[in-house]
Design a protein around this ligand. Structure first.
Ligand SMILES: [Zn+2]
Ligand SMILES: [Zn+2]
Length: 182
């Protein structure tokens, strides 16, 4: 994945704003991870970076519109991205060695120290924020009927010939049970 290292050492105490609109920031990882995503309204982002005693406070916005495969039928689902976020990237603490470490004293993995000073991986941060903005199970429409598990037909288009009633044989057992209340 591409990285964009933004130098932070010369940011004044009141902070500085950065804008990003290169579509490659998002389309490159889509390609890299084999995601069938498409840009509808170009994504753009702004970051406001404020230096703090032990790190950097980053607030930002990410907006745009993308199409992603529906979780049920794989047809395009439109996702309106309009997110605001705020993150603290710590320059202190230890680098996480075991997975179980407390997140609080963890050094940010989006920062690196060079001879000039700290730099922020803006592309990495914007990719993380994009992933958070897309629902885990996007739907092309709220009542998407999905695909028939037997024949694979798109049930939004037309009902198929399969016997929907039989369902999962394991559930048929449960259907035979009587519910007893105590
Ligand atoms: Zn769907
Ligand atoms: Zn079917």
């Amino acid at each position: 994945m591409s990285q964009i290292w933004v130098p932070l050492h010369d940011i004044p105490a009141e902070g500085r704003e950065f804008s990003f609109s290169d579509p490659g920031l998002w389309t490159e990882p889509w390609k890299e991870f084999g995601l069938q995503y498409e840009m509808i309204d170009p994504l753009s982002a702004s970051l406001y970076v404020s230096p703090q005693k032990e790190g950097y406070l980053i607030s930002g916005t990410l907006t745009g519109k993308v199409s992603v495969p529906c979780d049920r039928c794989a047809e395009p689902a439109v996702v309106e991205v309009d997110s605001q976020f705020q993150e603290f990237e710590s320059t202190t603490g230890t680098i996480d060695e075991d997975e179980g470490d407390e997140a609080e004293d963890e050094k940010s993995d989006l920062l690196r120290l060079t001879g000039q000073g700290w730099e922020l991986d803006a592309a990495g941060l914007l990719w993380e924020q994009f992933q958070l903005a897309v629902p885990v199970k996007p739907l092309c429409r709220p009542d998407c009927k999905g695909l028939c598990p037997v024949c694979g037909a798109d049930l939004n288009t037309a009902p198929c010939e399969c016997e929907q009633d039989q369902g999962d044989p394991r559930l048929a057992v449960l259907r035979g049970l009587k519910i007893s209340s105590s």
